[in-house]
Design a protein around this ligand. Structure first.
Ligand code: SF4
Length: 241
């Protein structure tokens, strides 16, 4: 049975005050609006858009079939709303679906290590996915699901306005760049996403299955760190394991 989204603010306890967590689901009474119907356009965004407005729009969302394929809760994303660096992944997995947070499973642990290796923490960045509900059996998100849910990611990107987007994997890269070019051909070079630099790279889950690709991925991350002029004492030559 689908869970009612939690009203607690799960990361408040350990994120610094400057970091605001997107996953907040507490909603002010004055901000309350009706949930749009499944057929209503999802691309329209209100003036003065906000994370709360997105959370409200997606509350109990039934716009695509992932709503009735076993999701426990909607995973909106989390992090610093003024992040210079934003990560975009694919979809929540089992652990993310359980905890209501992005990238908390094994691939999330690798992501955390890589973030720390460029001198940052989760509180410095923003992390979101293309689709906000877990596909069953962790299958790939399907085109209709991506088309329906991705406008909310675009809204998140417009709010955060990161200088650099690290697109993790094929689905994030191809969706944001509107291309069918393979990730192995896209990665390693900055692309343009609405004025922001976008670096396509391999998804951490892919790196766990294909450790030999970590070298290339780490090159992408180092390029991003250099572009952001991050001060990293003793940056490692090899990717975190
Ligand atoms: S994946 Fe997105 S569009 Fe589909 S039900 Fe979940 S929140 Fe709604």
């Amino acid at each position: 049975m689908a869970k009612v989204p939690s009203t607690r603010f799960p990361l408040q306890s350990f994120l610094p005050s400057r970091a605001v967590v997107m996953a907040r689901r507490t909603l002010t009474k004055t901000a309350k609006r009706a949930t749009p119907s499944p057929t209503e356009s999802t691309s329209a965004k209100p003036d003065n858009d906000s994370f709360d407005a997105i959370a409200l729009d997606l509350k109990d969302c039934t716009r695509c079939k992932l709503c009735k394929q076993g999701r426990s809760q909607i995973v909106l994303g989390e992090g610093n709303p003024k992040a210079r660096l934003m990560f975009v992944g694919e979809a929540p997995g089992e652990q993310e679906d359980t905890e209501g947070r992005p990238f908390v499973g094994r691939s999330g642990q690798l992501l955390d290590k890589m973030i720390e290796a460029i001198g940052l923490t989760r509180a410095d960045v923003f992390i979101a996915n293309i689709v906000k509900c877990r596909p069953p059996e962790n299958r790939n998100p399907e085109p209709d699901e991506i088309e329906t849910c991705s406008p909310y990611l675009h809204r998140q990107l417009e709010i955060v306005k990161p200088e650099i987007i690290l697109a993790l994997g094929k689905f994030a890269s191809q969706t944001l760049l509107q291309t069918e070019t393979r990730i192995s051909d896209l990665r390693g070079t900055f692309q343009n996403y609405r004025g922001a630099k976008l670096m396509p790279t391999f998804h951490p889950a892919y790196l766990l299955r294909n450790p030999s690709s970590k070298k290339d991925a780490w090159t992408d991350w180092q390029t991003v760190a250099k572009e952001l002029k991050l001060k990293i004492p003793n940056i490692k030559n090899s990717a975190p394991q």
